[in-house]
Design a protein. Structure first.
Length: 696
């Protein structure tokens, strides 16, 4: 949505030096806020957060933005600014430091203290310099940026909005904010400073859109105090409260209420313990030491004198409260006299896990307090009136709504228009879009690469598209492992053995074996020439990985057509020495009842090799030659298995038992199909689709 104003000015803008602002995350989503500011040769980053996986991202722990652009331009990165310590703003930094360098990071004391913990864990403490800032501090980044930290109010303590002075004008970057006039920690929003910049002239405002659909002012954080107080003081037994550990103000109030109501506090959950320790150490939270009692000892106190504060407000499966709700926690079991308070609202996407947790806790007999009507939670992000106040104070010439899903951005842009910002001066952008600003224009430039990177539980391994596809197949349709014994001269030496896990099928096992035999037979008949190279040595050089993949693809295609299932298929070939007698398969004895082929692979098979040639010419990827080198030769040739083969066999072997009646069983290395590395340039699923598209 390039504004018409921008289009008119675009020729001019291209000639002038301009500021480029490129969000790599945080748009059309809540999470992984990462923004790039660029002028001349300088790049400055503002925040680098993470997001949490959505349904179907099996085994994915966190989602990061694709940072190819930053890796490619890392020599120009002069520094980073951190607005506050929430995970969606700092959660990606430790990971990024492994991939590219950031010379210096300026940020609030609390956020950097939390970041230090993450960097120590990731072993990247020596990769950057951390500089803490105080309100109204101005830091210079590179030649072209100077940034003033303006104290704001948010659910997290020590949070800032930014005034970024650049050669084209001043940018106000709000960070996460709401206008809270009675802040829990007494740190007021420095509205005077915003107004000062508004008076001087703000070129562009980048503002938090999270609650742009909600009318009115966001209630102050303090407003939950009396409601929590009522529930805690009325509780007859234990009080169990869950909230975000990082909601420092909320946690402070809960501790204050525990003290007031004569209850000792037991803490559960790693992040709850970490954040409270850091916040107390730095003076963001006041609580006497003897308020806290280790969880093992708190059981000795009367229930009326205890309060358990824990993680799990989002129904995260491994968090303390979720485990308690499943009766899986070693120290805490639910009692019918417990009052359990959810002092948080579910982030979109977590609603189902949260309500399931609430259901389980209620079924165990506890009183559960949750939901909007109870006054036990308020948002940390301003509503429409807060957003209007921000616009009114800063009086920006141009406006870009950020930090929100698409409809939130649209809604926020309408609010800005209602305050007199012309529609042409507003850009709604997506991750990777480039906002180009000059003193008298705003336009959308050519986008840079943006997307997602998925990290597994270790936060080190990247879950690529193919791995994700395989996990989805496993979850939805299960896995079939297939053991085939094939001699180095291309003869099936024993009946193939299929092993099903999690596969629901009406086909009888003999049928499956017979299909497998047909596919193996077809591959040996039609593909062997390409897969086997006679190098003049004692044994031919066989591309076993290629053989396995051909069998997998064929069988997968057949199962999809015959049974409408798409299990993951892992074919394992056990090579046998040349000259091993052929096994005369069942398949030969049985008539093939498949529907008449329409071309493609089966056409090729039924009609000899003729149609197969057609398929080859229709875009089938040639077999990568590199595989020939990486696959171990059969033991009969005397070669030791390569590392890759050994590793593969360690994974694959337990899933398949050798056929006890197999003819010559050789002690050859077992070769697993499609090792998870770069030999396969694209996800198996895509190869399959293209094939079927070519054939049907
Ligand atoms: Zn935040
Ligand atoms: Zn945020």
């Amino acid at each position: 949505m390039t504004s018409s104003n921008g289009t008119i000015n675009s020729a001019k803008a291209n000639q002038q030096p301009h500021l480029r602002v490129i969000p790599l995350g945080g748009l059309h989503e809540i999470g992984k806020n990462t923004c790039v500011f660029e002028y001349g040769d300088d790049i400055m980053l503002v925040d680098a957060g993470l997001a949490f996986p959505s349904d179907g991202m099996h085994g994915v722990n966190v989602v990061m933005p694709d940072t190819s652009y930053l890796r490619e331009n890392q020599k120009r990165i002069r520094g980073m600014i951190v607005t506050h310590g929430h995970e969606d703003h700092i959660g990606g930094i430790a990971h990024h430091l492994k991939n590219f360098s950031i010379p210096v990071i300026h940020g609030p004391r609390l956020a950097l203290a939390m970041l230090t913990g993450k960097m120590e864990e990731a072993g990247v403490m020596d990769r950057t310099i951390l500089q803490t800032v105080a309100p109204r501090d101005v830091v210079k980044v590179g030649q072209h940026f100077s940034v003033e930290f303006i104290r704001n109010t948010h659910s997290m303590a020590d949070s800032f909005s930014l005034a970024i002075t650049t050669p084209v004008g001043t940018i106000i970057f709000t960070g996460d904010f709401k206008f809270d006039h009675t802040p829990v920690d007494g740190e007021y929003f420095d509205m005077a400073r915003l107004a000062h910049y508004g008076e001087q002239g703000v070129l562009c405002l980048f503002s938090d859109s999270t609650n742009s659909e909600v009318p009115g002012f966001c209630p102050p954080e303090r407003s939950v105090f009396p409601c929590l107080d009522r529930h805690i003081s009325q509780a007859e037994g234990r009080v169990i409260i869950t909230t975000f550990a990082s909601s420092i103000h909320r946690v402070s109030m809960i501790l204050e209420l525990a003290l007031k109501n004569g209850r000792k506090v037991g803490l559960l959950g790693r992040s709850m313990l970490n954040v409270i320790a850091k916040a107390r150490e730095l003076g963001y939270m006041q609580a006497p030491d003897d308020l806290f009692v280790p969880i093992k000892q708190i059981r000795d106190l009367p229930d009326r004198e205890t309060l358990l504060l824990m993680t799990g407000s989002q129904g995260e499966p491994l968090a303390a409260l979720s485990r308690i709700s499943r009766c899986e926690h070693p120290q805490v079991q639910v009692k019918s006299t417990d009052t359990i308070i959810f002092s948080a609202s579910p982030i979109p996407g977590n609603t189902i896990s949260v309500v399931n947790t609430i259901d389980r806790l209620m079924m165990l007999g506890a009183k559960v307090v949750y939901g909007k009507g109870e006054g036990i939670h308020v948002s940390g992000h301003g509503f429409q009136e807060d957003q209007k106040l921000m616009l009114a104070l800063t009086k920006p010439k141009y406006f870009v709504p950020v930090h929100g899903e698409h409809r939130m951005l649209v809604c926020h842009s309408k609010t800005a228009q209602s305050l007199g910002v012309p529609a042409d001066n507003i850009l709604i952008i997506d991750n990777g879009d480039v906002v180009e600003l000059t003193p008298d224009s705003i336009r959308k430039g050519d986008a840079v690469k943006a997307g997602i990177e998925l990290l597994d539980a270790s936060r080190n391994g990247i879950v690529d598209a193919r791995v994700l596809k395989e996990r989805q197949q496993l979850a939805e349709d299960g896995v079939i492992t297939l053991l085939a014994v094939i001699s180095t001269d291309g003869v099936m030496a024993a009946p193939p053995r299929a092993n099903l896990r999690g596969v629901v099928t009406t086909a009888d096992p003999r049928k499956l074996s017979s299909w497998a035999e047909r596919e193996i037979g077809w591959v040996l008949e039609n593909r062997w020439g390409q897969l086997c190279r006679n190098t003049g040595g004692s044994a031919p050089d066989v591309d076993w990985v290629g053989v396995q993949r051909e069998v997998e693809v064929g069988l997968q295609r057949r199962l999809r057509r015959e049974l409408q299932v798409e299990p993951l298929i892992i074919c394992v070939v056990q090579p046998a020495p040349a000259g091993t007698p052929a096994y005369k398969g069942r398949a030969d004895a049985e008539p093939d009842t498949r529907p008449a082929p329409r071309g493609g692979r089966d056409g090729g098979r039924d009609g000899g090799g003729r149609r197969d040639v057609v398929r080859d010419s229709s875009g089938r990827a040639p077999l990568p030659q590199r595989q020939l080198a990486t696959v171990g030769a059969p033991a009969s040739a005397g070669a030791a298995p390569t590392t890759e083969v050994a590793a593969a066999s360690a994974v694959a072997a337990p899933a398949v038992s050798l056929p006890s009646v197999a003819a010559p069983v050789v002690s050859a290395p077992v070769v697993k199909a499609a090792p998870v590395e770069e030999t396969d340039p694209e996800p198996a699923g895509r190869i399959r689709r293209r094939r079927s598209a070519a054939a049907e």
